[in-house]
Design a protein around this ligand. Structure first.
Ligand code: CA
Length: 357
């Protein structure tokens, strides 16, 4: 194993608490830190495994036995140590995800030693740290931020014959209360709107209503709201996972056994044109929830998580998320997330017990 520490691993591990705390005490004395000194140090060992890494994002699950604050992350090198920018995402019960980047190339089978220093203090409720690392984490975990329906934008110019709402979600291109072909039918009650009464996270979700209407010939039509987002950048030949939460509160019998809500990530080329327009099997990642394959008590009036994965064709450059209903009734959608699934295994991180120094 390549190591960038001068001490063999086992030696280091066994002597760690006493050795490092006395070493760091000396450091503190010598350097004469005037800021409040960290009270504890938690060792972290990052292992690249069998894969060469480049600008690797490390996401380490950390756990503390009490509220702590004043985090500093250092990388330990043969010449001493360097401070590392990080992003920390706190969770329940003094746990949280510590994220940081290993800059440049790092060879496989390499171990890198870090130390997270902290002190007793107030446990943060929101993520904190270096904003650029935070942005990297956000992109790595979700490339479709508008899927939470939290940010709104001016609805002026968005209203038209097919959409009559007042609140427009940012990052979305168009919302329709019904398809253009039904525009002349009277009293259409189908909808696609932002909603603040029912939501999975934050304060908003997307509400979709589907109704049965009669066309000019008196034939029954299933009419629903739907919407499409602005294009997002996708990579070719890359596996993506689409996840969302769905709550169906009403399902009306429209004569069909299976009714579905479906979110698609449509694959587009560099000119934002549809790839393989006629081949549904190739041109999209479709993520549908069908009432035909679930018992009513499994989905009615509760949030269900829906997720699918697919690898993009080689020509892919962009993707467009669309939300459609094949359901007559009322449904809410929230937290639509698109994430790249990396074929490479992430680096492993071993955390040690914090020691006082
Ligand atoms: Ca939300």
């Amino acid at each position: 194993m390549r190591k960038n520490m001068s001490h063999p691993k086992n030696f280091y591990r066994h002597l760690y608490p006493q050795f490092i705390s006395s070493l760091l005490s000396v450091f503190f004395l010598v350097q004469g830190y005037s800021v409040r000194a960290a009270e504890y140090a938690m060792p972290l060992t990052v292992d690249t495994g069998f894969i060469d890494r480049e600008d690797e994002l490390v996401q380490a699950e950390t756990s503390f036995d009490k509220p702590v604050a004043n985090f500093t992350l250092v990388r330990k090198t043969e010449n001493g140590e360097e401070v590392v920018p990080f992003w920390f995402i706190p969770a329940e019960q003094h746990q949280g995800k510590l994220c940081f980047v290993i800059p440049g190339k790092t060879l496989s089978m390499t171990q890198i030693e870090y130390e997270l220093r902290f002190a007793d203090g107030e446990w943060a409720q929101t993520p904190f740290g270096d904003a650029s690392v935070g942005e990297r984490v956000r992109k790595e975990t979700n490339i479709f931020p508008q899927g939470d329906f939290e940010e709104e934008t001016d609805a002026t110019g968005k209203k038209g014959g097919c959409w009559q709402g007042d609140r427009f979600p940012k990052g979305w291109e168009r919302l329709w209360d019904y398809a253009y072909c039904y525009r002349n039918l009277p009293d259409l009650a189908s909808l696609c709107r932002l909603d603040s009464d029912v939501f999975y996270s934050g304060k908003n979700s997307l509400k979709l209503v589907g109704v049965l209407g009669k066309n000019e010939k008196g034939e029954q039509e299933k009419i629903t709201g739907f919407c499409e987002a602005e294009d997002i950048v996708l990579k070719p030949e890359t596996c993506y996972k689409l996840t969302y939460y769905l709550k169906i509160i009403e399902r009306v019998d429209n004569g069909e056994r299976a009714q579905a809500v479906s979110i698609s990530l449509n694959f587009h080329d560099k000119d934002k044109n549809k790839l393989h327009p006629k081949n549904y099997g190739l041109n999209r990642l479709q993520c549908a929830y069908s009432t035909g394959s679930h018992k009513q008590e499994d989905y009615l009036n509760k949030w269900v998580k829906v997720e699918y994965t697919k690898t993009t064709p080689p020509e892919t450059a962009y993707g467009k998320v669309t939300i459609g209903m094949g359901l007559t009734g009322t449904a809410y959608v929230d937290d639509v997330v698109v994430r790249e699934l990396r074929s490479a295994q992430p680096v492993t991180v071993e955390t040690g017990k914090p020691v006082r120094f």
